[in-house]
Design a protein around this ligand. Sequence first.
Ligand SMILES: [Zn+2]
Length: 310
Amino acid sequence: MRVRAVALAATLTIFGGVFLAFPFCSPASASGPLNVVVTIPVLKDFAIQVGGPHVSVHSLLSGLESEHTYSPKPSDLVAIRNARVLLEVGVGLEVWVRSLIRNAGNPLLLVVTTSKGIALIRERGQKADRRGAGLRHQQLGNPHVWLDPENAKVMMRHITEAFIQTDSGHAKVYRNNQAEYLRQLDELQRELVNRVRGLTDRRVIVHHPAWPYFARRFGFSIEGEIVSQVGAEPSAKHLQALVKRIRDKQIRVIISEPQLNQKIPQVLARETNARVVVLTPLPGGIPGTQTYLDMLRYDVLELAKALERS
Ligand SMILES: [Zn+2]
């Protein structure tokens, strides 16, 4: 009897171990919400929209740092160790996250690349540092996919599927929340497309190449960029060429971002009489842009106003 009980206990332990080690089969925790870690705040907003009270979401970036030059903190490792799902954008955006995931040693972690399946914009004809982000954007594609609401819909679907996979008990809630959010997103997209319809001058200079998806969706034209890689200083030659282009083509608007140094855009504006408009590619970068919908509305409306003033 005793031997059989021990054998049974051992068998259960083995199966239990297998069960736990296989992420897709592990039962949803009945105690407390699903622990989710995301790399950048836009993913936090998407995760909360889908998961509501059934998920607890922690974003590694707050929205005030640049997504390219972030230095992970020890607490990030702890957050990933305790998480069940990690959401990233991918396309080489979060170059710092892979080693964090490795070092966290969390075999239960489901890592979801939310850009999967999105048609990427590959920039050609732009001078790129051989090792830099410029070249990476040409090879892998530009990673700032979330700034087109159509791409945001694809990302939402990946997030919904991941939550259903890890917490099937709330599958219906997750699907309903997603459907409701996609409806709101459609409505905002229609409103914003209508808002920009009448603009005659749609040309802008950008600080870093965050905006090609945004520009394509809303019909803006990117005529130059201050840096092709965050963290690198533009050369004097590049800035001179940019000043000449702004003057020759009479470009009126330079887009800067709160996560980057404002000095160079301001110097360019002074030299050329163009104006700087500060837009945020990350929710929370500017007061009143905490959610993706608020951020998108802010960015489109502010840019439209700046272009109309010219
Ligand atoms: Zn960026």
